[in-house]
Ligand binder design. Structure first.
Ligand code: FES
Ligand SMILES: [Fe+2]
Length: 378
């Protein structure tokens, strides 16, 4: 799990001005709420007074109010009122919690969980077709009792379709393609494969283009950052499913999936139910596999598994993770686990680069490589 990327926090409709929403990500608690202008805010959940959970409090005057002694925290994380000191007394300067940059897109509230300044932040994936009249989209939010990197690798693995989804019309690879290393290319912050499938499908699918009888045109998957996955299934030149998966690592064993399924055909509402049924069936087939993997986390070296050409998507993904390890962005989960319960910790927010005096301890990070640090400075 990494700091310094965009993470999905909640459905936009779940974040309200009525009640704060407590969520867990990267092994830590966060709180989300809205102010009266409708802007969403995401803060560290731990009140710096004596550890109250802000998410268990309420929203008043554009602030989240701690339920223990009523301290009020504004959207920027600063405490604006300590009731026991009186409204005339300025709260102590250390009375602040981390506040994270927010973007609201695709019906999801995203937060940048890290301290990079705006110009250095890896991007939130831009879905160009979202919201255009040619495309219909549906957002699913699903909980997975598995580690998010395993789920990402599953999305970058075209070989499993034949075995995990034999009945669902997912794209299949011909035997020749299965033996050929995946044609992986790097993209900004990730890697991608996209292939034309000449082979006839081995299973009939209800989703084939009725007019042309064409089955499968091209398909591919790519990742941007450690937790954003794209799969395009372009059945014909005009009939596509585009799937966007934004993964929220809850902790080392659990993931919340924000899964946006988009299509530019079968747009009539009467198709919604069938498409939803098939989509969820596929997702649950994946979930059944992922929740039973051993070990739960991706092994730290590839020698602990026997990898074949069809695994190159996962291999390249792991190489990208190593780059972010080198930058010192990986959370030291063992140290985090050891301290939890004794020390309140938070992901550092960008304001920590501008001011000191923070009460919550920064989440422990694994050391990066000096070379990567030097490269960053250059
Ligand atoms: S612990 Fe939050 S106000 Fe006291
Ligand atoms: Fe799958």
């Amino acid at each position: 799990m990494y700091i310094n990327f965009w993470y999905p926090i909640a459905r936009a409709t779940e974040v309200t001005a009525d009640k704060p929403l407590k969520v867990r990500l990267l092994g830590l608690p966060f709180v989300a709420f809205r102010d009266q202008d409708g802007a969403a805010h995401v803060l560290a959940d731990t009140c710096v007074h004596r550890g109250g959970s802000l998410g268990a409090g309420w929203v008043r005057d554009n602030c989240v109010v701690c339920p223990y002694h009523g301290w009020r925290f504004a959207g920027d994380g600063k405490c604006v009122l300590v009731p026991s000191l009186g409204a005339e007394t300025k709260p102590p300067p250390r009375a602040k919690v981390d506040s994270y940059p927010v973007q609201e897109r695709y019906g999801i509230v995203f937060a940048f969980l890290g301290d990079l300044p705006a110009e250095e932040r890896p991007p939130l994936y831009d879905i160009a077709e979202f919201g255009t009249p040619e495309w219909k989209s549906h957002l699913y939010v699903l909980d997975l009792a598995a580690y998010y990197e395993r789920s990402m690798e599953n999305g970058l693995d075209p070989i499993h379709n034949e075995f995990v989804h034999p009945l669902q019309g997912a794209p299949l690879l011909s035997p020749e393609l299965q033996r050929t290393p995946l044609p992986i290319e790097d993209i900004p912050w990730g890697s991608k494969f996209y292939m034309t499938f000449g082979a006839k499908r081995t299973h009939d699918t209800k989703l084939a283009d009725a007019k042309t009888g064409e089955r499968l045109g091209a398909a591919g998957s790519w990742h941007q950052g450690p937790n954003q996955l794209v799969t395009w299934i372009d059945l014909t030149a005009t009939n596509s499913f585009h799937q966007y998966l934004f993964e929220a690592p809850v902790d080392e064993n659990n993931t919340r999936l924000f899964f946006l399924n988009m299509r530019n055909w079968l747009l009539d509402d009467k198709h919604d139910q069938r498409i939803s049924d098939v989509t969820l069936q596929i997702v649950h087939e994946d979930i059944r596999i992922l929740e039973n993997l051993n070990p739960v986390r991706t092994p730290d070296t590839n020698t602990r598994e026997v990898l074949v050409p069809g695994d190159y998507g996962a291999v390249r993904y792991r190489e990208w993770l190593k780059k972010w390890d080198a930058r010192g962005w990986r959370i030291d989960t063992k140290a985090l686990r050891a301290k939890q319960g004794d020390v309140a910790m938070a992901i550092p927010c960008p304001a920590r680069r501008e001011s000191g005096n923070w009460v919550l301890e920064t989440v422990p990070l694994l050391p990066g490589s000096p070379a990567a640090a030097a490269e960053k400075r250059a």
